[in-house]
Design a protein around this ligand. Structure first.
Ligand code: ZN
Length: 456
């Protein structure tokens, strides 16, 4: 049962809107640069699907898996893929070149214009389906496109090819919606995996890691790391945190490409915190762009792009922090920011990851064992409470929760000061990925912070 105060809750606007200096999370405003209105992008998928007779929802699921339907302002992924459909030009995957040939559009237009990018990917998928023998009469059925989708991902390892394609079909099964409102409803799927049906074990890819129990093992190309016998004569003293600038399967695949000359020990998946190991901890992965740091560190990648907060999920933070805590305990690495660093902090770094949306406050709390998930009950005198994308009333409303609803609280942030049924407070509760409510409207059983729930 909730306890109400007699005073009607209200938001204090204007002069009390100051963000505290402890606030480290994102303030999300306009859509990312290069984005088009939802209607425009939906029309692009409709047109591409019609022109090349590719199921529209399949195209959209592939784009969501690759980019969360984000153009990244035309900047390439780590593996040389462009745009929301990740048309790639690298030593192993040439979907950008193929799209140019098939559509007669220039590579520049395909890289930078969303409508062309979608059209190009549809052309490539259709060509792959034709080459795989997909009959015209069955093109409406998403299940027959599995081989084309797997090939589009460009993985050389069948397990990783399956991981890539399964990600797309899992999205079709579950349904999804982008931040700008493009949506695909879930449906039953039964992908026809063909030879890839035997490529993996249920629930994961390939075999399991010998270094870290929860991880799958998909080894990097031996061209992309240095064999060593750490810790031995070379201590492991740091963990370096990265964002992949690419999809989970795409990044694991890139480390298997002998031409990439990059690798990391571990890569985490945004949607659920699943993890794959690519390089043994005793060996030196090539991730930091600094040989001294490489030799002394473990490199951890996180699926996503630095410019899109949608990738920075609670599931990924928590899974990654569990590994980092385990590594720190195993190798005696202090659990502080001098030893757990971002790629951007490595001397000479040319990369900016993990970027401004990475919440160090949250992550370091988790690494230090403050891992509780609080519970609360919405207590508002209206029928619903606004959910905002960041901890403050200046952030966009991204949803609502009903009065009386139970909430899981993943961490608590300092934001704008609000007065509600539970007093005046600057605490905001993170109730999901980039979803915050003012603690002034939540009955948590605690005045102020909830014990053992991380700050963020
Ligand atoms: Zn990096």
């Amino acid at each position: 049962m909730t306890v109400r105060t007699s005073r009607r809750g209200r938001l204090l606007l204007g002069g009390v809107l100051a963000l505290a200096t402890a606030f480290a999370g994102p303030v999300v405003g306009a859509p990312p640069a290069g984005a088009e209105p939802a209607g425009t992008l939906a029309a692009a998928f409709d047109a591409a699907a019609a022109r090349y007779d590719v199921p529209r929802d399949l195209l959209m699921a592939l784009g969501y898996a690759e980019s969360r339907l984000d153009m990244h302002a035309g900047a390439p992924s780590a593996s040389g893929g462009y745009g929301l459909m990740h048309l790639a030009h690298n030593p192993q995957v040439r979907t950008l070149d193929e799209a140019a040939t098939l559509t007669q559009l220039s590579q520049d237009v395909l890289r930078t214009q969303p409508t062309a990018n979608v059209l190009g990917s549809a052309a490539v998928l259709r060509a792959y389906a034709d080459q795989a023998g997909l009959a015209a009469a069955t093109r409406d059925d998403v299940n027959g496109w599995y081989a084309a989708v797997a090939r589009y991902g460009g993985a050389s390892d069948p397990s990783v090819a399956r991981l890539y394609a399964d990600t797309v079909y899992d999205l079709l099964r579950a349904g999804f919606s982008s931040e700008r409102g493009e949506a695909v409803a879930g449906r039953p799927v039964a992908p026809q995996r063909g030879a890839l049906e035997r490529a993996t074990v249920p629930g994961g890819i390939g075999t399991l890691s010998t270094d870290y129990g929860p991880a799958a093992w998909a080894p990097a190309s031996t061209s992309n790391y240095t064999v060593a016998s750490r810790p031995g004569s070379q201590a492991i003293t740091r963990v370096v945190i990265h964002m992949t600038q690419g999809s989970y399967a795409g990044s694991i695949s890139w480390f298997q490409n002998p031409a990439s000359k990059v690798s990391a020990h571990y890569t985490f998946r945004s949607s659920d915190g699943a993890v794959t190991q690519s390089v043994r901890e005793k060996d030196i992965a090539w991730h930091a762009g600094n040989w001294t740091y490489n030799t002394e560190s473990i490199g951890i990648e996180h699926e996503g792009y630095v410019d899109n907060p949608a990738w920075f999920t609670d599931a990924m933070y928590r899974a990654s922090a569990t590994l980092t805590r385990s590594l720190a305990n195993k190798y005696g690495i202090p659990k502080d920011r001098a030893h757990i660093v971002g790629h951007v902090e490595v001397p000479g770094a040319t990369h900016t990851d993990p970027g401004p949306y990475w919440n160090w406050t949250y992550y370091m709390q988790l690494v230090n064992g403050i891992t509780g998930i609080g519970s609360g009950t919405v207590d508002t005198e209206a029928s619903t409470l606004n959910v905002r994308s960041g901890p403050g009333v200046g952030n966009p409303v991204v949803g609502s929760v009903a009065d009386g609803a139970s909430l899981a609280i993943y961490c608590q942030a300092v934001g704008s000061t609000v007065t509600g049924p539970h007093g005046t407070t600057a605490i905001w509760d993170r109730i999901g990925t980039n979803r915050y409510v003012s603690d002034a409207y939540v009955q948590t059983g605690h005045t102020g912070y909830i014990p053992n729930v991380p700050r963020c």
